[in-house]
Design a protein around this ligand. Structure first.
Ligand SMILES: Cc1cc2nc3c(=O)[nH]c(=O)nc-3n(C[C@H](O)[C@H](O)[C@H](O)COP(=O)(O)OP(=O)(O)OC[C@H]3O[C@@H](n4cnc5c(N)ncnc54)[C@H](O)[C@@H]3O)c2cc1C
Length: 550
């Protein structure tokens, strides 16, 4: 019997690729949005995250999901979660890059121009290596925005959070070189409706901002349970309030957080998401009692940006895998990439991938440039709009990319099956689709000028393109029908996202990309599938621009 050592006509797996240098759209976006100084650093990180070892790390961390050890062998509670070493390696790599804190390093050093863009680019690369560990990266970075509302707590915690050396050990943060933070909002009876929280917080002494409270209740979802502390909502005497709840108390004792179970999830399997109960857990109030939602929303604004970046990153990974497969796989005697029908599908995917990346990095840039009205309006209005649109299109995108690999795409080893299972979570957590719509409605009520400003600037950039101008005016029309707006909030968000994407492409991408995007998406019928409405486009040029291997 002979064994085939040489396997013909199977493509090389997509790995051992520099994820930064091979991604032209990413490189251009980073440079344009103010992160150019970090390009050498991103080239190195792109090499490390795209290596075969890094992809193997991602596989191992997901094939060996975390396990809860609630008790020791004697029946005493220990409440620890054990992870595969590969997960810890991902954490160490990403923390070394500062993905858990880089938005706020100006607090202890010189301000770095483009800090949010550079961090977004790093997250974009890390998510392609392994997406699950990006959850603690995101929450830790974002938690600083809320901690700053309570300067005494910020003084003791923020310098620790800014440490870049990951320490997996379960011990007081005073003994560690760094810290990670999680978030506890969602309870059984309500996630979106956090005001329905039933966990209570009683003042240990006098209470008030920075004061100590005892928390009793539960959280139904609390991810990254081995974080060093959590920002939690609970009902204080003055109303729903935000607390810093550490795993260890200042005297070194373990705080009273009792993990009940870990969630059995569709994807995101390397990351632990716990159910937790607490009875008399110590927490320190951030801000005033009754201002919990206002406090935690500072954090959530940052986590929503990361949802957009992560979805765009996973779309890029799926696209790059599909293109490289089709460059090598022959069917009916010709490589797939040369076959017109496949070229239409790949080009159509490339248009959405570039649109998602352009929006993600334009938004990250708006987090850096807070001095201009336009950027403030972008951050305010486009954070929920981008979170809605990019995260919403990613699952179907991942499916279509998977199909480009045929049967191999559906098989676990390949990696796209994991991407397909991962992407829906970005649409669900940090505010689901309709919640983004309600958020946009609130912004329209409170700051009507912000949406008008975003639309005005898009219209300025559309100059001369009738299809784009007409589309922008359709979106603007919706604003003039406020009574219908709630039911139409998704229409408004999708319309505005498409307007922003088309405008960004028109200004920053070659004409063969922007014309195809505008022609295929703003004209003609809706409810299209990939590979339709693109017959007049230069599909070969679009695919060549997106190709990671040249
Ligand atoms: C893997 C994973 C990890 C998570 N980790 C954390 C964590 O670490 N910390 C944490 O606090 N939470 C976490 N969550 C919880 C997550 O944030 C919530 O599940 C999410 O916010 C939705 O809340 P819910 O599940 O209670 O759904 P609900 O609030 O019941 O919403 C159900 C649906 O109704 C829609 N909806 C809600 N209100 C309206 C309305 N007025 N009009 C129309 N539609 C509406 C929502 O968009 C949603 O689609 C996690 C969730 C997942 C899946």
């Amino acid at each position: 019997m002979t064994f085939a050592m040489d396997v013909p006509n199977q493509s090389r797996p997509f790995r051992d690729v520099n994820l930064f240098t091979s991604d032209r759209v990413l490189r251009e976006a980073v440079e344009r949005e103010g992160g150019g100084a970090a390009i050498p650093q991103l080239m190195t990180f792109g090499q490390r995250t795209g290596s075969a070892e890094a992809f193997e790390r991602g596989r191992l961390a997901n094939d060996n999901p975390p396990r809860l050890r609630a008790f020791d062998e004697s029946g005493r509670r220990i409440d620890v979660v054990e992870f595969h070493p590969a997960y810890h390696e991902c954490m160490a790599l990403s923390m070394g890059e500062g993905l858990h804190c880089a938005s706020f390093e100006h607090l202890v050093g010189p301000a770095r121009p483009g800090a949010n863009v550079i961090r977004a680019a790093g997250s974009y690369l890390a998510a392609q290596m392994e997406a699950g560990h990006c959850c603690p990266m995101t929450m830790t970075n974002a938690s600083i925005a809320t901690l700053l509302l309570q300067p005494d707590l910020a003084r003791s915690w923020v310098p620790k959070i800014l440490g870049r050396t990951y320490d997996r050990s379960f011990r007081p943060v005073s003994d560690k070189p760094s810290a990670t933070l999680g978030m506890g909002m969602t309870e059984k009876q309500g996630g979106t409706d956090v005001r329905a929280n039933t966990s209570i917080a009683a003042p240990a002494a006098n209470g008030g901002p920075g004061g100590e409270y005892l928390l009793t209740g539960h959280k139904w979802f609390m991810s990254a349970p081995m974080s060093d502390a959590f920002l939690m909502l609970a009902q204080a005497p003055g109303g729903l309030s935000c607390f810093l709840v550490p795993r260890f108390l200042p005297d070194g004792l373990v705080n009273s957080l009792y993990f009940q179970r870990l969630k059995e999830k569709l994807g995101n399997r390397s990351n632990a998401s716990s159910e937790v109960e607490f009875s008399g857990a110590h927490g320190w109030l951030i801000g005033e009692e009754g201002r919990g939602v206002n406090a935690i929303i500072e954090m959530v604004t940052y986590t929503r940006l990361d949802c957009v970046v992560s979805s765009a990153a996973l779309m890029r990974l799926a696209l790059a895998s599909a293109i490289t497969h089709c460059q090598e796989r022959q069917v009916f005697g010709r490589v797939l990439i040369e076959q017109p029908l496949m070229q239409s599908v790949l080009a159509d995917l490339a248009l959405d991938s570039e649109a998602a990346a352009q929006i993600a990095f334009r938004l990250a840039g708006a987090f850096d440039r807070t001095a201009t009205d336009e950027d403030r309006a972008w951050r305010r209005v486009m954070t929920p709009v981008a979170k809605y649109w990019v995260c919403k299109i990613a699952p179907n995108f991942a499916f279509e990319a998977m199909e480009c690999l045929g049967g191999n795409g559906y098989v676990e080893e390949n990696g796209l099956a994991r991407v397909y299972r991962e992407v829906p979570v970005n649409a669900i957590w940090e505010g689901s689709g309709n919640v983004m719509g309600l958020d946009v409605l609130r912004i329209l009520m409170k700051e009507p000028d912000a949406a008008a400003l975003v639309l005005d600037r898009l219209a300025d950039h559309a100059n001369g393109d009738r299809r784009l101008s007409t589309h922008i005016e359709h979106v603007r029309d919706l604003l003039h029908r406020p009574r219908e707006l709630e039911a139409n909030a998704r229409t408004f968000m999708e319309g505005l996202a498409m307007a922003a994407a088309a405008t960004l492409l028109r200004v920053h991408a070659p004409a063969f990309v922007s014309d195809a995007f505008i022609g295929g998406r703003l004209e003609g019928p809706r409810n299209r599938t990939y590979g339709t409405g693109i017959s007049r486009a230069d599909t070969a040029a679009i695919v060549a621009r997106a190709s990671p291997r040249r």
